[in-house]
Design a protein around this ligand. Structure first.
Ligand code: ADP
Ligand code: MG
Length: 728
């Protein structure tokens, strides 16, 4: 009898590391080889056009169509020289991932070759918007949507295709993607932060947000992957008993990288570097077959484009190495899930990191100002920030196995906490000393310059201060980090605006600036205590404590999504010009809809797996045992038969029990699914899936996993956890 699992294992063991084609030269020779960088633009586009373009980009102004026309000619020339035949607008629809529609550079008209790529096709395209979710925006407004060039992110080549980063919006201007509001949020934050910087340093003309992401992922051999319909169709295993050995020994973390994986990683790095993504670190993660890659941080918009690009490069390179990359947050129950830590900081055009302690008292007061304002923003919008990271897939990770809990809090560490405590209890006169020369000194806030103390780290915190940046760790590995970053940017922008308003009012009344700053900061330190938590985020006590502090403790994803439409969130997004109420409404609709659809698919696949894989294997084994019982009866006396058959009887009954429970569970699950589908709106549908379908899936899984332990290994057809996680 053939068994697809053994076939798959045989294939998997035959896969050897493949030879990686190394690009020639040093990293600097091939870094950004496939990107039309500013440097390269100078070779193809005239000086005055570029000056205008860069000036507009750097100051967030719209690019004139005439400029776009000239730039398009340069882009086309460069791309065609590099062998490109097609171009695409590359955008980030609300479904997640990226979308492309390829067009050739040329077309035929009356038998003659005609150039297709003009300024207009660079500037604007009209993809078939109806196939992307809009959460009702197009019904309410206007049917069409278009993609428009984002000149702040450079165009690049993938194979023979020129990719143009674009925003995706409805004809009436509503955003249908993640990039548009992300760009709006950075504009708002930049403005608000610059205004606050003016209290400390008039030289600051521009502030921007940085993002350094850390992408975690699993690799699995392609043959084993193909033998698991759940991995193929949902990205995670819907069943599978824990492997006897998994991550207990933590021997995978920072262990030697297996040869086949190393070959994959090297090729991935070459491809990423050629695409201008400054990847720097690679290592094993905690779970077996789990890995991580991280680049050097960049401006948040560019960094997010690079993350999305890396996710698709990963998938392509993995296939060449006979691997599949699992970007799902929780491919395997019971072991670590994958996140995408988002390291976030604010930087001025004068080179100052506003979230790093500075060299002089003004810089230190500025640092504390920004730090405390971030704390306030995260506290006021902790529910919304959670909404920005929840999904049907991240739901399985949050609050399980070493993942951040489903409550947003901030870890500061001992040193910074001590600084804030001191400030809180200090008097203005002792904290801020102004001498005769009008120089300021910080009496108490004596902030050590180097805070990167690696022992003072807390892996359980969803939002941690790590010396010179915040690390938003609750973001999921498959997510577009734009969703989280735009919420954070906007929340901090709003907070800085409120801060400035309060400070200015008092300065206008004649109070001294330093005194006012100190007073307001001190007030904030007291006000933001609820969000600060340095303890163990996994503990039960913390859940109780967080509820007492008034933090958002909701764990049901469909209900967390409600936070987008809370009055505070709407007000915040509207005052910062990041998202309108209609856009928030549409985004929530899409989130609910996506949630239900994912669960619907999972539940169907689960039904198929148990009915067509698990139960037949169990039945086959049960039949074998029953035959054995009969044979024993024929050979032995009645007395002996009873004791000889005892074990078989027990297993036969267990199989009967679990099989019966599975069949009955599938029936109830199907019924629950149908009932959920009949709900009148997306929100109630998502709630029904969460409340009634999800628990049944867990119940069925328990019985399937129990059968896996009982049934003869040779009869089991689905690759087991130990195989998925340890073969490489
Ligand atoms: P760890 O695993 O200890 O958190 P990594 O080196 O894996 O550290 O990742 C750190 C990430 O943080 C990298 O992407 C790095 O570029 C980024 N990073 C470092 N400094 C900053 C900063 N000031 N602002 C934003 N990101 C930063
Ligand atoms: Mg990290």
């Amino acid at each position: 009898m053939s068994n697809i699992r053994f076939e798959a294992l045989k294939n998997a063991f035959s896969h050897k590391p493949i030879v990686v084609n190394e690009p020639e030269g040093k990293v600097k020779d091939y870094f950004a080889r496939d990107v039309f960088t500013r440097e390269k633009m100078k070779e193809y586009i005239s000086r005055d056009v570029l000056d205008q373009l860069f000036d507009d980009v750097d100051n967030g102004r719209t690019i004139h169509r005439d400029i776009a026309g000239v730039v398009a000619i340069g882009i086309r020339k460069w791309a065609i020289e590099r062998g490109a035949t097609h171009f695409t607008h590359w955008f980030q629809p609300l479904t997640g991932g990226t979308a492309e529609k390829h067009d050739a550079f040329f077309t035929l008209k009356d038998g003659a070759l005609l150039e297709e790529f003009s300024g207009d096709s660079l500037y604007q395209q009209e993809p078939d918007a109806s196939s992307f979710p809009s959460g009702g925006i197009r019904n309410t407004f206007e049917a069409r949507g278009y993609s428009a060039w984002d000149p702040s992110s450079p165009v690049f080549l993938i194979g023979d295709t020129l990719c143009i980063p674009t925003v995706f919006v409805a004809y009436t201007g509503e955003a249908l993607d993640y990039k548009t509001p992300l760009i709006r949020s950075t504009a708002s934050l930049c403005h608000a932060a610059r205004e606050v910087c003016a209290y400390f340093d008039k030289q600051v003309k521009h502030v921007h947000a940085n993002l350094g992401w850390e992408q975690e992922y699993f690799l699995v051999d392609e043959s084993l992957y193909n033998a698991r319909p759940d991995l193929m169709l949902t990205g995670r295993t819907l069943m599978g008993h824990n492997s006897a050995k998994s991550q207990q020994l933590e021997d995978h973390y920072f262990g030697a990288i297996p040869a086949r994986v190393l070959a994959f990683m090297r090729e991935l790095e070459y491809e990423a570097l050629k695409a201008g993504i400054p990847v720097r670190t690679r290592h094993n993660e905690v779970a077996p077959n789990q890995f991580e890659m991280a680049p050097i941080f960049e401006d948040v918009n560019l960094a997010n484009d690079h993350n999305l690009l890396v996710m698709s490069i990963m998938e392509r390179v993995a296939e060449r190495h006979h691997f599949r990359v699992l970007l799902h947050e929780k491919p395997y129950a019971g072991v670590n899930g994958s996140g995408k830590h988002c390291n976030w900081s604010l930087q001025t055009n004068t080179g100052i990191n506003l979230l790093a302690p500075g060299k002089n008292p003004y810089q230190n007061l500025q640092f504390v100002t920004f730090l405390v304002n971030v704390l306030m923003a995260v506290q006021r919008h902790n529910g919304l920030l959670k909404a920005s990271i929840v999904s049907a897939t991240n739901e399985h990770r949050l609050g399980a196995n070493e993942a951040p809990p489903a409550i947003i809090s901030v870890f500061l560490g001992k040193q910074i906490s001590a600084v804030l405590d001191k400030l809180e209890h200090a008097k203005a006169e002792e904290a801020i000393i102004i001498n005769a020369k009008k120089e300021m000194k910080l009496g108490v806030a004596n902030i050590p310059e180097i805070l990167l103390d690696n022992t003072d780290r807390n892996r359980t915190s969803p939002f941690a201060f790590t010396g010179n940046r915040f690390e938003f760790r609750a973001v999921g590995s498959s997510a577009n980090c734009g969703a989280a970053m735009l919420a954070l940017n906007a929340a901090v922008a709003e907070q800085l605006m409120l801060f400035k308003e309060e400070v200015d009012k008092r300065i206008e009344k004649g109070e001294a600036k330093e005194r006012v700053l100190f007073d307001v900061i001190k007030k904030y330190i007291v006000a933001c205590k609820a969000i600060r938590f340095d303890g163990n985020g996994y503990s039960e006590e913390w859940k109780a404590e967080a509820a007492k502090r008034g933090l958002d403790c909701e764990t049901s994803v469909p209900l967390v999504i409600d936070r987008y439409l809370a009055p505070d969130s709407i007000k915040m997004f509207e005052t910062t010009d990041v998202l309108s109420e209609a856009e928030l409404q549409s985004r929530s609709e899409v989130k609910w809809e996506t949630y239900s659809k994912k669960l619907q698919i999972e539940s169907r696949v689960m039904g198929d797996l148990v009915v067509n894989h698990v139960l037949p294997a169990a039945k086959r084994y049960q039949t074998m045992l029953l035959q054995n019982v009969l044979t024993v009866k024929q050979v032995f006396s009645a007395d002996e038969t009873a004791s000889l058959n005892e074990m078989d009887y027990s297993i036969i009954r267990q199989i009967e029990h679990h099989s019966g429970a599975i069949l009955e569970g599938v029936e109830r699950m199907t019924e629950a699914r149908h009932k959920a589908n009949r709900q009148p709106d997306e929100r109630s549908k998502a709630i029904a899936y969460h409340d009634h379908v999800l628990p049944l899936m867990a119940e069925i899984r328990e019985h399937a996993d129990a059968l896996e332990l009982i049934v003869d290994d040779e009869m089991w057809t689905l690759p087991k956890y130990r195989e998925l996680m340890f073969v490489h």
